[in-house]
Design a protein around this ligand. Structure first.
Ligand code: UDP
Ligand code: MG
Length: 138
């Protein structure tokens, strides 16, 4: 069993896509092991995306991620890191496979509806950024 962190970003929440995104996870047989809604401060967004701190898009990305509420989830299942990335589609929605979340709903390379961890080590640190072990249901 593997775990990954999923975020429905502020654009996904404001467009009313919470149910749509969660429905896609459930239909794919992915278990939701933890979930909450919160509104990050700019500093919290900078901490979450610290790996991108030297990128040209960092300031705009952290403004966007702190611009409204998000839904953060721990997803659980076999191979769930890769499965979630497949359901999400490529970072740039113009390159995302048809039928993926980003191909269907993203409007911008930045405003691309969802986040998903990209590897086991990042999944561990990203989950711990938002959830204590007590908040995750086994
Ligand atoms: N991003 C952006 N411009 C870029 C690349 C990325 O605004 O040229 C944003 C986008 O919201 C993306 C996030 O930064 O989801 C993190 O980038 P990453 O390369 O980690 O993409 P992801 O793992 O989300 O597909
Ligand atoms: Mg990434």
């Amino acid at each position: 069993m593997e775990r990954t962190l999923s975020i429905i970003k502020p654009d996904g929440v404001s467009k009313g896509l919470i149910g749509e995104v969660i429905g896609r996870f459930e239909k794919a047989g992915i278990k939701i092991a933890a979930m909450k809604m919160l509104h990050m401060t700019k500093d919290e967004a900078k901490g979450f995306y610290a790996v991108h701190k030297d990128k040209p898009f960092f300031d705009s990305l952290t403004d966007f991620m702190s611009s409204g509420p998000i839904v953060v989830m721990v997803l659980e299942g076999e191979n769930v890191i890769k499965k979630n990335r497949e359901l999400m589609g490529a970072t740039n929605y113009k390159e995302a496979e048809p039928g993926t979340i980003r191909a269907d709903f993203a409007t911008d390379i930045e405003k691309n509806v969802v986040h998903g961890s990209d590897a086991p080590e990042t999944a561990r640190t990203e989950i711990a950024y938002f959830f204590s072990e007590l908040e995750i249901c086994d």
